[in-house]
Design a protein around this ligand. Structure first.
Ligand SMILES: Cc1ncc(COP(=O)(O)O)c(C=O)c1O
Length: 376
């Protein structure tokens, strides 16, 4: 693989790659980005895609090139990574609550005046105000409001507006808008139920926005939403989508059903697979593959083009593929591609995407900013 390091991809096709590895189907990936871009144009909503599902500056840059207004990040490390390569309007959706994170959020705001982060507590506003004063920095701040997930977000209505007013009153901060992520809606099965769940979860947020505007606060954005609700949330008061998974898709998302198909969510295509090799074949209706627990093998994964196969685990470096129909078979050495169950988790244990046009590898994109990595 020394040639890959030199970006010399001649004769490097999928069948010579070391397995297990992640492969991006570039045609499908580009189609997914275009589907989202077309939807945004048609409905007037923006997309600031979430990077935690791919952790790749190469993917982020391609999203920006197709009209994304910035990127959304889960950690300060992701935000530093994306901003560090020159991507503007990065939004960090978690408030800094440690000295480490406060210092880095202020430093990044100083370095990149387009960077924004959120708060859901007045104490954090005081902390960041103090740190910003010490560093002579200006901050762009959003208020994170409750949208159905207990993990974050100040109560809607008066508490949210008071917090926004505290931000507005600060010498160091510019109030930008509200962040309201309805995580429960994202994977709600059946489109109409999802639509209702999202609308219910965002009802309080709509009230908050109305109150804030009435109080004269400038609300530049209301950010939230997901791949599951991308074609719902322009009705629910959001001005921008934080959707992430749509670029690659996973089996948890296939299973939620789409607007026109209750069984399978087809709006976005499965452009990312884990390539694996059949390593042993000693029992009927079962082969062993090199995609095991360390590679995040899950029983809910699905095999591309072979729905008759069931993925099983056989240990740290071993997985299995089982089937029941007698006429089916797999060969020793055969390559099989698997859709993972949860992108966020799976992309965290690989270090690169091999990017393919058909069978030919045309690029390699590093996967960075992973959990546990030094810069975190
Ligand atoms: C804050 C936030 N916004 C948006 C999303 C939506 O991402 P996806 O489209 O991958 O569901 C997530 C996913 O967990 C999230 O944590």
């Amino acid at each position: 693989m020394a040639r890959v390091a030199k970006r010399d991809f001649r004769d490097i096709t999928k069948d010579v790659l070391p397995t297990p590895c992640m492969v991006v189907d570039l045609d499908l990936f580009e189609k997914n980005i275009k589907t989202m871009a077309d939807h945004c144009k048609a409905t007037g909503i923006n997309v600031r895609p979430h990077v935690k599902i791919h952790k790749s500056v190469d993917v982020g840059k391609r999203q920006i090139a197709q009209g994304a207004i910035g990127l959304t990040c889960a950690t300060i490390a992701e935000a530093e990574l994306m901003s560090g390569v020159g991507i503007k309007h990065v939004l960090w959706t978690k408030q800094p609550a440690s000295v480490n994170n406060v210092t880095r959020a202020v430093a990044l705001s100083k370095k990149d005046p387009t960077f924004m982060f959120v708060v859901d507590d007045p104490i954090v506003v005081d902390w960041v105000e103090q740190a910003a004063t010490a560093k002579n920095a200006k901050l762009r701040i959003g208020v994170s409001v409750f949208a159905g997930l207990a993990r974050q977000g100040i109560d809607n209505g008066e508490p949210a507006v008071e917090l926004a007013q505290k931000v507005v009153a600060s010498k160091r901060m510019q109030f930008e808008g509200f962040m309201a992520y309805s995580g429960g809606a994202a994977h709600t099965k059946k489109w109409e139920l999802r639509r209702k769940k999202s609308s219910d979860d965002l009802a309080g947020v709509r009230e908050t926005v109305a109150l804030a505007k009435k109080a004269g606060l400038p609300v530049n954005f209301v950010s939230g939403g997901s791949t599951g609700t991308y074609n719902i949330d322009h009705e629910n008061g959001l001005t921008e989508l934080e959707a992430g998974s749509y670029v690659f898709m996973d089996t948890a998302y296939f299973a939620i059903g789409g607007k026109d198909d209750d069984a399978t969510y087809n709006d976005f295509k499965g452009s990312l697979t884990v390539l694996t090799t059949v390593d042993s074949k000693r029992h009927p209706n079962l082969v062993t593959i090199d995609y095991g627990n360390k590679a995040l093998n899950r029983p809910t994964d699905k095999v591309k083009g072979m729905p008759w196969l069931q993925v099983t685990s056989q240990g740290a470096e071993y997985g299995g593929l089982k089937w029941t129909e007698a006429e089916r078979d797999l060969k020793l050495g055969e390559r099989v591609e698997i859709y993972c169950t949860t992108l966020d988790m799976s992309t965290n244990v690989y270090d690169r995407y091999y990017v393919a046009r058909g069978e030919q590898i045309v690029d390699v994109w590093p996967i960075m900013g992973r959990s546990g990595s030094a810069q975190r």
